[in-house]
Design a protein around this ligand. Sequence first.
Ligand code: HGY
Ligand code: MN
Ligand code: MN
Length: 421
Amino acid sequence: MDRISSSARLAAAQADLFIDPRRLDARLEELGRIGHDERGGRTRLALTSEDKDGRDLVVRWLQEAGARVCVDRIGNIYGVSEGRSDAPPIMTGSHIDTVARAGALDGCYGVLAGIEVLQVLRDRGLCPNRRIVVAAFTNEEGARFTPDLLGSRVIAKDISLEAALALAARDGAVIGDELRRIGYAGEMSPWELLPHAFVELHIEQGPILDAEQMPIGVVEGVQGHSWWRITIEGTANHAGTTPMRMRRDAGTAAMALALRLSEHARTHGIPDVATVGVMKLEPGSINVVPGRAEFTLDLRDPRDEALHAAEQFLAQALSELDASGLRSSSQQLSRHPAVVFDRQLCALIEAQAKELGLATRRMSSGASHDAQMMARLCPTAMIFVPSSKGISHNPREHTDASQLHAGANLLLRTVLRLASD
Ligand code: HGY
Ligand code: MN
Ligand code: MN
């Protein structure tokens, strides 16, 4: 294969390098069918058999793109292209695990666009100076196991590999066992491919780019988040015979606290956003006053001091609850401060977008991403494409094909430019 090896020739080739739009569309469609959920969308929670099926497909496509495929001890999948030198690689990628009843683009778009980059390199016989690595990180969503961002969190040493492998889900499954069960308990060290730079391509999952009809977002950072599980113990009692004044109703206490936190965000903007996504009342019968309530809390804010103030507000609200005769407990499930990405990398993405004739705007991310962990290790930035009507974590998640192609071409140019240094 006649390899274009000099940087000059690579630069010349770069001018007419584009991803294959049909292939990207078809692969997004095929991956999107895995874990089909008859209630809508697809569900591929981390390390389930559905996640395995998605992983197997990604491994096959990485192999078709000529990449050397390896899996590390926390199950992160890597596709590695050749480079002329053994300098630290350029890494891109995202995740393919989903929330329940998800859209087809969240995470998957960044992984499959990364595979397109490798496929173009192979098809055109290009060999840049640095290797290019496409990663699919384990348990980004945190929908089954917490904390979220687990695969990249291990690489960033925000959690030890041993602690991560020992994490248990509410259904009792343990990460290490599940990795073995689905055949993704890799041997490789998570620190073998530490990158020189990391760029993640993702849908915005919010309303800004769509509302402004802006094709590209150059992401300067990610807001902080703080996840909790709150448990409230009261007294289960008869719904018909127990006077209101005698009740220790854990259910209404949980609902009142959830409303209070949401109202505080809405009226005081502290935190910027607060969400109760899961609530379980026990024993869960129409004619029993709930004796126990458990709910999750997702607090997010781009300002660390506001996130901390929101956590203090939560602690205060829980102590008031205890004073009223109920008993509460709280467990922090995940926390990550706001992250600022690399300015030079943002400028480089902007310059590449300009060459492609793509308008851009700077923005920060409301959603969490593996990039916020990788930013601890190397210069990192993200590229967003619009989400129509800002909808995500919903089967109706959609981005126009032309916008997906534009973002993937920008990723291709950006990664190749970085790998040429
Ligand atoms: O929760 C998030 O922001 C991301 O989708 N994991
Ligand atoms: Mn995502
Ligand atoms: Mn997500």
